[in-house]
Design a protein around this ligand. Structure first.
Ligand code: TMP
Length: 205
């Protein structure tokens, strides 16, 4: 049995991840590939419970370190109980966010030292990594316009513009450092143009 491929989709809020995760799954399915779509934080019952804690605003402030540790607690459950077993069965796993989000949000956004996150990642996951990561990138102003009218905002979505500027820059740095794994797609373009670009990435995997 050939191991499936692990594809992750990244980007800050408002870049259109939800519409495009489905597009990626449908494109792969049309090629006859068995696909599992999932997300982080979340993906398994325990990890989804942890997601709720992460997104909720409590009176007691959530410390950046707590955020980081909760994310990795959920990620470990997700990788061992859902992602790796699916890949072993030859299925392709398409995940809405993965560890790069931690380097962007908790690293650049919450100012946790990147080396600390690298150590934790190495301890929890070893060399486990996506085969392909698609970064949907758009200027923060455009992304902000898109989420303005959405449902009630969660704890992250309530952050200021500067927070998302730092996230965007960090994602672009990660993409530059990992050219073999990363494809940056200009998410400011129309949905049709974005999806044409995504399809090209998938053709080359
Ligand atoms: P979502 O909006 O993609 O569902 O993700 C929920 C929030 O979680 C989003 O604002 C980004 C945040 N997040 C982190 O801060 N670090 C992480 O590692 C992940 C996966 C998500």
């Amino acid at each position: 049995m050939t191991r499936g491929k692990f594809i992750t989709l990244e980007g800050s809020e408002g870049v259109g991840k939800s519409s495009n995760i489905q597009f990626i799954a449908n494109t792969l399915k049309a090629l006859g590939i068995a696909v599992v779509t999932t997300r982080e934080p979340g993906g398994t019952p325990i990890a989804e419970e942890i997601r709720q804690i992460l997104l909720t605003e409590y009176e007691e402030p959530t410390l950046p370190e707590t955020e980081l540790l909760l994310l990795y607690a959920g990620r470990k459950q997700h990788v061992e109980h859902l992602i790796k077993p699916a890949l072993a069965l030859g299925k392709w796993v398409v995940c809405d966010r993965f560890f790069d989000a931690t380097f962007a949000y908790q690293g650049a956004g919450r100012n946790i030292a990147i080396e600390k996150i690298e150590q934790l990642n190495q301890w929890a996951l070893g060399e486990f990594s996506p085969d392909l990561t698609i970064l949907l990138d758009a200027p923060v102003d455009i992304a902000f316009e898109r989420i303005k009218h959405e449902r009630k905002l969660d704890r992250f979505e309530k952050e200021k513009k500067e927070f998302f500027e730092k996230i965007r820059m960090q994602y672009l740095r990660i993409a530059q450092k990992n050219p073999h794994r990363y494809h940056v797609v200009d998410a400011a373009k129309t949905l049709v143009e974005v999806q044409t670009e995504i399809k090209k990435c998938l053709d080359n995997i």
